[in-house]
Ligand binder design. Structure first.
Ligand code: 5GP
Ligand code: MG
Length: 192
């Protein structure tokens, strides 16, 4: 944990705010409606990939409640990035789910689909447990960065190749709590 103090609202850390809180809320409402239609008459298990998905996941399940969808909830902890903005290229399973998912409709939730390695690893891992179906649901999609072939079934927004933070997404495990999404200004970030 670094001892430096800085204010995340200080604009010098960000090049631009990409999605404001209200815009996210509005889009989340549409996404939850879309997902809820596919969940009808299914045994639904929502699996969040930590830590990045926590805010998106929490808002999503609350919206599904409004549509009378009451899923089983579980989490996996996977690690793909180290402490920088460059992918390490390998995915590690740190914590597995404990919910039985055989024959269920699984929604795998992550913050962002970038190279695709993390979600591809998670999907392969969960498919061994024989769910009826696995849907990929991400807050953000960066299709231009894809290395592994994988598509999101549900996504809030598609973005260019920018490194973004907020709404769960971190830089060195910080900025996850921002209720909006911003593009970081890497030159002005404090040391780790
Ligand atoms: P992938 O395995 O698809 O390359 O990467 C997935 C993970 O990389 C995400 O769950 C996220 O933790 C991290 N990641 C990819 N792009 C970004 C980004 O623009 N900002 C942040 N904060 N993390 C990212
Ligand atoms: Mg991350």
């Amino acid at each position: 944990m670094s001892g430096d103090l800085f204010n995340p609202l200080d604009k010098k850390y960000f090049k631009q705010v990409l999605f404001e809180e209200l815009e996210i809320k509005k889009r989340m409402g549409e996404l939850a409606f879309e997902i809820s239609r596919d969940c009808e008459n299914k045994q639904v298990v929502i699996v969040g990939i930590l830590k990045g998905s926590f805010m998106f996941f929490s808002d999503l399940v609350k919206l599904l409640y409004i549509h009378d969808i009451h899923p089983y909830i579980d989490f996996m902890i996977l690690s793909s990035y180290g402490s920088s903005t460059v992918s390490s290229g390998t995915v590690q399973l740190i914590k597995d789910i404990t919910t039985p998912i055989e024959g269920t409709f699984v929604i795998l939730v992550d913050d962002i689909l970038d190279t695709g390695r993390t979600l591809s690893f998670a999907r392969t891992h969960l498919s061994k447990l024989k769910p009826e179906q696995i849907k990929i649901c991400v807050f953000l999609d960066k299709p231009s960065r894809r290395i592994v072939e994988i598509k999101a079934d549900y996504s809030c927004f598609t973005i260019e190749d920018w490194f973004v933070v907020g709404y769960g997404l971190d830089w060195n495990n910080r900025f996850r709590n921002l209720p909006y999404v911003a593009v970081v200004n890497e030159q002005n970030l404090p040391g780790p």
